[in-house]
Design a protein around this ligand. Structure first.
Ligand code: ATP
Ligand code: MG
Length: 293
């Protein structure tokens, strides 16, 4: 019912002038309230429109920034790949000539000269390994993924057999508990993740106890989570937050370039998963990672 109709009805039904005036005053107050509310409503609708326009623009800006960032990341990645690849040729030349020099100088050279030559050869080898790791990292974080459906137990068994020599040499026991499950992934890259984590577990063993590695997995909704647990030297607390960074090593007396975990992280994240660790110094380390099923 309209307020005017209400006023009309009241004036016909209320006989007392005072009561009628009171009722009409109340109706006027309601009319004023309604005016204020509709004004506020109008303002709110306008504000909402402006906010939603602003939000749409912000989302578009963010999408553009995101795209620019990923373009420039991709470009940077390609430069790194080209630079690392092209540096390998001159390095091979230096290494080749250093080897030739080493052969021809064996008799005539002094001890110090042979030592200098050995430094050159060792540095060439280290630099070659670093370039290989940089190439691998740039292809893990960029480049195309060749997704296939694979049986994960086959892939893990293949990794163990590739590391057979090191496993026997270190007398490492490996226990598995992995269900036969198929996953969609780039098998070459995921194999590299398992190889990196297994070889770390075999490398950083505590000399005071026989090395044991437990490999487990469990399914959680759309994800499958793997864990690789060792009873090795562990990683000091202060190094744990940065352990996945490139070229990061706790103890440089062990072989390696410090790129293995950075490659693992880049690969797992490109597959939509995540990787993390738990470690107690002198007790052991467990690396966890997830993959989409
Ligand atoms: P690379 O893998 O490039 O040959 P790396 O093994 O030294 O060299 P990462 O695999 O990236 O490099 O590991 C980085 C560092 O983290 C290692 O140098 C080591 O200090 C520590 N670390 C990794 N895994 C373990 C582990 N299972 N137990 C103890 N320390 C570990
Ligand atoms: Mg490693």
């Amino acid at each position: 019912m309209q307020l005017d109709e209400l006023k009309y009805l009241l004036s016909n039904h209320i006989t007392s002038d005072a009561a009628l005036q009171q009722a009409l005053n109340a109706i006027e107050e309601i009319e004023e309230e309604i005016d204020i509310l509709s004004f506020k409503n109008e303002r709110l609708t306008k504000d909402k429109e402006i906010t939603s326009q602003f939000l749409n623009k912000t989302v578009l800006d963010l999408e553009k920034v995101n795209k620019d960032l990923s373009d420039s990341n991709g470009q940077l990645n390609r430069y790194v790949h080209i630079a690392a690849h092209d540096l390998k040729a001159p390095l091979r030349t230096i290494e080749g000539f250093a080897n030739l020099l080493n052969k021809s100088m064996t008799r005539s050279a002094s001890r110090a000269e042979l030592d200098y030559l050995q430094y050159i050869r060792t540095s060439c080898k280290t630099m070659g390994e670093m370039l290989t790791d940089i190439l691998e990292y740039s292809s893990s974080s960029g480049g195309r993924l060749n997704i296939e459906t694979i049986e994960i137990t086959d892939l893990v068994s293949e990794c163990v057999s590739l590391l057979r020599h090191d496993i026997q040499k270190t007398e490492t026991t490996i226990n598995f508990s992995i269900p036969t499950v198929k996953i969609d992934c780039d098998p070459i890259k995921i194999k590299q993740v398992f190889l990196n984590l297994f070889s770390n577990a075999i490398k950083f063993t505590a000399k005071i106890r026989p090395p044991v590695i437990n490999v487990n997995s469990f399914k959680e909704e759309q994800l499958i989570q793997f864990s690789i647990e060792d009873n090795g030297i562990g990683i000091p607390k202060e190094h744990q937050p940065t352990i996945f960074e490139q070229f990061n090593r706790v103890d440089t007396s062990y072989d390696g370039t410090g790129m293995g975990l950075a490659i693992c992280k880049a690969t797992v994240e490109r597959h939509g998963g995540s990787i993390w660790l738990e470690s107690i110094p002198d007790k052991g380390t467990t690396f966890y990672f997830t993959l989409k099923q």
